[in-house]
Write a protein that binds this ligand. Structure first.
Ligand SMILES: *[C@@H]1O[C@H](CO)[C@@H](O)[C@H](O)[C@H]1NC(C)=O
Ligand SMILES: *[C@@H]1O[C@H](CO)[C@@H](O)[C@H](O)[C@H]1NC(C)=O
Ligand SMILES: *[C@@H]1O[C@H](CO)[C@@H](O)[C@H](O)[C@H]1NC(C)=O
Ligand SMILES: *[C@@H]1O[C@H](CO)[C@@H](O)[C@H](O)[C@H]1NC(C)=O
Ligand SMILES: *[C@@H]1O[C@H](CO)[C@@H](O)[C@H](O)[C@H]1NC(C)=O
Ligand SMILES: *[C@@H]1O[C@H](CO)[C@@H](O)[C@H](O)[C@H]1NC(C)=O
Ligand SMILES: *[C@@H]1O[C@H](CO)[C@@H](O)[C@H](O)[C@H]1NC(C)=O
Ligand SMILES: *[C@@H]1O[C@H](CO)[C@@H](O)[C@H](O)[C@H]1NC(C)=O
Length: 909
């Protein structure tokens, strides 16, 4: 009977309430954590943090993450670029469980670093870069034994580097650059504690650039086993470079430029064969430059502006076959440049300004990569091989050759100045759109607000900016941040005068998303977790310009809407009970009427004849009974609330699926007729086709095309062969096509209302077809619920797939199907049911995602899934998240979903 379905809906409703309470009820954050955080807050002003209530964990405060198991301890504060003004109070030390603390890019967060930060002994990540901190680095930081990542760069910190930092034995990233630090570099031999930076045996990156450090380059640093980037440029270091440099184990980038180093370059540096970049410019090095021909990986050699003795152009340079950039300005070089130099196959930039080089520059054979030759102020008397078609720029101002004013070609090369390289992309668009509201044109020819990032690459391996390199940067960022090509745009790039590369990068939301705080946080936290991008080397972000965020602070709002949802749900439940009473009364009357009017082959009390069915025929009970061996259990292929499904074979050999309503789920004749008429109007290759029906002998049966591969649900539960990645995406595309047809092509449009994996069937080629329109409703425009009678306010659908907005508001729209489809996508990836052992799959995955908990995420992925591209999987996850948004309006339409899925499929096939 109808009331059983009602009861089921009610039960589902109650269950849902339980679910919500279970999943979203406030956990209570540990008292001491709340107290500490609230106290820290008293010194902060920020318009962008929307923290309310007393339960940071339970209410999902923006940027606050808690431990996964109990949700009671605050383990992460990710508050990069949230506009904090004020100071960091000592009470931060009370957040004893913090594993990760990120306050970067709050330039107005000033004052000293509290020593209590050293109490946070569980910290693995401490990112305070680009804030306004002053004062010295507390020696207590040395207590952070678990710390792996320390970034204090770009503040106003002064004083000495405390030797206690040598206790950070886990630290791999150590960045104190761009501060006002002074004094010696502490090492184990220059203090009584026997402790210093040489004790950082796990360190890979040691960045101390652009401070006021003085004294010697300690020889102890040369024995650190793992350091690959040692950046000491822009300090006041002096004395000789120790011959111990020959002991560098793993060194790739050595930046010692812009200091006051003196003495000779130690010959032993020729043994550091891992070196890719050697920067010694702007020092006071003397003697002659030693042979460095063993450095067979060297890409960049900078020795400009030192006090070298006069020497003939060193021919060992010709052995450096990987060299891209060589700069030896003001280095007292004499003689002729050997023509073979220009043939080095990777060479791009050659700079020998202000030497005493003489003779003829022979450019008859040059490497294709050659871009610039700077030879100002030498004694060059002639040049050969130069044509007006030459790809490279040559600058010869201040050489005798330029006194010959007769040569037209020469006049173009005889300027004196070198301009710093800069790059801008070619004009991108032919589309004729002008954007409003300060939005910018995206690479996909749409208008959107970008997230703007200025990258500062601290030691790029090149000095020539090419389209290829920038497109490489584009790809690196795109992949690293899981974006699509159209979401990234490199706006410009140039070099600073201390050889750093600045790149302006614009990131746009994808077509299916608008900016939210979560998206921005995810991008920034990803960029803030590694800080190296291949050939671009280590970087920092110089500024971040946020787009306007929709639903900013919606963590808090989310919490609220759920609570509101629960309250609404309770009210709805009470209302439903009321309606149920009235319903039973109605029902009894209705049943009485029916039994008296003899339910048999008539279409109930509805006027008119058999339904108008396009291509669907009317079967007799006997025909279907024969086809199914008298509905034998061996023919049964499915069982649902409405009744059983049988496989049947007609005498003609045609196979079909027969859905036989059990007596309790009968519809009235009128409803059956309406549904039949609805179904018979829907024709699409991704909808299971209705072949016919039977309405006699007290039976209601629907006859569908037979789908030999059963339901998606069964396949994902291991009842069928494992589905390949491509098949899964094809199934997603097929189902999306079917649903998009219902929403956007069917006339009138139809809302399915019960999208789930067991309603997605697979034909013999594993093509997906959507089935079971049992509770579908026409999507009448402006149809709240009332147009369908008093009972349509009941929430129908299946637990686990139910759109929370529909559940709370009882307003059904196409976006409710979109939500349910999002759950199906999650099933496709994980092969797990949406609710298992009382846990919500969707919620658990979302949580792991927000926590950036890669291991847990990985654990969710169906272990039988193989040969998939991780990036594609990430895209599908992201898509699913956008479908599972709380607000229907924020979810994409089914046709947008389809477009996205098809893009991914096109990449796989
Ligand atoms: C926190 O650090 C301060 C100063 O570093 C120290 O005096 C205090 O005992 C520490 N508190 C705890 C609970 O470890
Ligand atoms: C620091 O390293 C040096 C050199 O390896 C070693 O002699 C010294 O004992 C270390 N200091 C500590 C406190 O481990
Ligand atoms: C160039 O070398 C000569 C002789 O070795 C030396 O006297 C002179 O000072 C050097 N010039 C510079 C600028 O270092
Ligand atoms: C440098 O090149 C010369 C000539 O090609 C060759 O004889 C010499 O062995 C090379 N030296 C090294 C260290 O590769
Ligand atoms: C070039 O000519 C100028 C005068 O026109 C002279 O002063 C200068 O010394 C010449 N330069 C060379 C390198 O011959
Ligand atoms: C380099 O780029 C930055 C940021 O776009 C800009 O401020 C600066 O003026 C540029 N410098 C040069 C020399 O073009
Ligand atoms: C971080 O950078 C290193 C060095 O470039 C790279 O090997 C590693 O894969 C990166 N980690 C992630 C998570 O991308
Ligand atoms: C913060 O939350 C309140 C409601 O709690 C809301 O009215 C306000 O708009 C939110 N502010 C931001 C910036 O999201």
């Amino acid at each position: 009977m109808e009331h059983r379905r009602m009861l089921k809906a009610v039960i589902a409703g109650i269950l849902n309430l339980v679910c919500y309470k279970l999943f979203f009820a406030s956990a209570s954050t540990t008292e001491s954590d709340v107290t500490a955080l609230k106290s820290v807050l008293t010194a902060w002003q920020t318009s962008r943090l929307n923290w309310t209530g007393n339960d940071p964990c339970g209410l999902h405060w923006q940027g606050v993450k808690c431990d996964g198991a109990t949700n009671t301890h605050i383990t992460q504060l990710s508050l990069g670029e949230v506009g904090i003004q004020g100071r960091l109070l000592r009470s931060i030390g009370g957040l004893m469980n913090l594993v990760s603390l990120d306050l970067s890019f709050n330039q107005m967060l000033t004052g000293p670093l509290p020593t209590e930060l050293g109490n946070l002994t569980k910290l693995q990540m401490l990112n305070l870069q680009s804030c306004g901190f002053t004062g010295s680095i507390p020696a207590e930081f040395g207590n952070l034994a678990q710390l792996e990542f320390l970034a204090l760069n770009d503040n106003h910190l002064d004083g000495n580097i405390p030797s206690s930092l040598g206790k950070l034995r886990s630290v791999s990233w150590f960045d104190l650059s761009q501060n006002l630090l002074s004094g010696n570099i502490p090492v184990s031999t220059n203090n009584q504690q026997n402790l210093g930076l040489d004790n950082l045996t796990a360190a890979v990156h040691l960045h101390l650039s652009r401070n006021f450090l003085s004294g010697l380059l300690p020889k102890e640093l040369c024995y650190m086993p793992n350091v690959i980037h040692l950046l000491l440029d822009g300090n006041n270091l002096s004395g000789p470079i120790p011959s111990d440099v020959t002991n560098f184990q793993a060194m790739e980038i050595l930046r010692l430029d812009s200091n006051q180093f003196e003495g000779e370059i130690p010959t032993g540096i020729n043994n550091v064969v891992s070196l890719k970049e050697l920067h010694l410019s702007n020092n006071s090095m003397k003697g002659t430059i030693p042979d460095l021909s063993n450095l067979q990986q060297l890409e960049l050699l900078r020795l400009s502006i030192n006090l070298f003795d006069s020497q003939v152009f060193p021919n060992w340079i010709l052995n450096l076959t990987t060299l891209q950039t060589i700069e030896m300005d003001e280095d007292n070089l004499t003689g002729m440049i050997p023509p073979q130099l220009f043939e080095l196959s990777s060479l791009e930039v050659v700079s020998f300004r202000s030497n005493q080089l003489s003779g003829v520059v022979q450019l008859d054979n040059v490497a294709k990569s050659l871009a610039s030759i700077f030879l100002q102020n030498n004694n060059i008397s002639d040049v050969t091989g130069l044509t007006s078609a030459s790809q490279y720029q040559l600058i010869l101002g201040g050489n005798p050759i330029c006194n010959d004013t007769r040569n037209k070609l020469l006049s173009s090369v005889c300027s004196a100045e070198t301009i710093l390289e800069s790059w801008e992309p070619d004009q991108l668009h032919s589309c004729n759109i002008s954007c409003k509201d300060d939005k910018l044109l995206t690479p996909a020819c749409a208008c959107a607000f970008p997230l703007i990032l200025l990258f500062q690459f601290n030691a790029p391996s090149f000095t020539h900016i090419t389209d290829d390199r920038m497109s490489n940067l584009h790809n690196l960022l795109q992949n690293y941040l899981y974006l699509t090509t159209d979401q990234v745009w490199i706006g410009s790039a140039n070099f600073t005068d201390d050889d750093r590369l600045l790149a302006n990068v614009l990131i746009f939301p994808s077509a299916i998303e608008s900016w939210t705080q979560e998206m921005v946080s995810r991008i920034l936290s990803r960029l803030g977790s590694n800080f190296t991008l291949n050939e671009f080397g280590p970087y920092q972000l110089n500024y971040i310009l946020l787009p306007p965020l929709i639903g900013s602070g919606n963590k808090t709002l989310y919490g609220k809407s759920i609570i509101a949802g629960v309250i609404l749900g309770v009210l709805g439940f009470i209302a439903l009970l009321g309606i149920l009473g009235i319903y039973f009364w109605h029902k009894r009357r209705y049943m009485k009427l029916k039994s008296s009017s003899k339910l048999s082959v008539s279409w109930g009390s509805v006027k008119g004849d058999a339904p108008q069915l396009k291509g669907a025929c009317c079967f007799s009970y006997d025909e279907l009974s024969t086809a199914t061996n008298d509905f034998s259990p061996s023919n049964q292929i499915g069982d649902g609330g409405y009744g059983k499904v049988y496989k049947g074979v007609l005498p003609s050999g045609q196979v079909m699926a027969i859905k036989r309503a059990k007596s309790g789920s009968f519809q009235g004749g009128a409803e059956f007729k309406t549904e039949l008429e609805l179904l018979s109007r829907l024709h699409h290759k991704n909808l299971v086709a209705l072949i016919g029906f039977c309405y006699e002998q007290g039976e209601q049966m629907l006859v569908y095309e037979y789908m030999p591969n059963g339901t998606l649900y069964d396949h994902l539960r291991g009842k069928g062969e494992g589905l390949s990645w491509q098949t899964r995406i094809e199934i997603a595309v097929g189902a999306a096509k079917g649903i998009a047809y219902l929403h956007e092509m069917a006339d009138p449009p139809v809302i399915h209302r019960d999208i789930k994996s067991s309603n997605i069937l697979l034909d013999k080629n594993f093509m997906a077809k959507v089935s079971d329109f049992g509770i579908s409703k026409l999507a009448l425009v402006g149809d709240g619920a009332n147009a369908n009678g008093p009972f349509s306010t009941q929430v129908k659908g299946t637990l686990g797939y139910l759109d929370p907005e529909y559940y709370c508001t009882e307003r059904i729209t196409q976006k409710s199907d979109v939500y349910s489809f999002g759950v199906v996508l999650m099933e496709l990836i994980t092969a797990r049911p949406p609710i298992e052992n009382g846990k919500s799959l969707v919620r658990d995955i979302m949580y792991a995602w927000e926590m950036n908990d890669v291991d847990t995420l990985q654990g969710f992925i169906d272990p039988t899934l193989q040969n998939y591209d991780h990036k594609d999987l990430e895209y599908i996850l992201r898509l699913a998240f956008s479908l599972l948004k709380d607000s229907g309006a924020a979810r994409p339409s089914m046709s947008e979903v389809l477009k996205f899925l098809e893009t991914i499929l096109a990449r796989i096939v």
